[in-house]
Design a binder for this molecule. Structure first.
Ligand code: ZN
Length: 79
């Protein structure tokens, strides 16, 4: 699904950045608020920027309904 792949792409970008800069892990990612809908329980609302899981049921099957022009605002890396 297109919307879901955006989230996965963002996580991939973070990982790639961390690797390129020799960081051991991504410490924190700050992005703009996005609205997602859960494919499992149907909950719709904002999610924690760096936690792409449904706060209701814990599913990762989320569809971005608003803010799909996801912008990577800030990336903190752990060295
Ligand atoms: Zn859910």
């Amino acid at each position: 699904m297109h919307e879901l792949s955006i989230v996965q792409d963002l996580l991939k970008v973070c990982d790639t950045n961390a690797t390129e800069q020799g960081a051991s892990s991504v410490k924190r990612v700050e992005i703009q608020d996005i609205i997602v809908r859960c494919c499992q329980c149907g909950r719709e609302g904002t999610i924690m920027a760096n936690e792409f899981v449904c706060p209701m049921c814990g599913s990762r099957e989320l569809v971005v309904t608003k803010g799909e022009d996801l912008i990577l605002m800030r990336l903190e890396l752990e060295k």
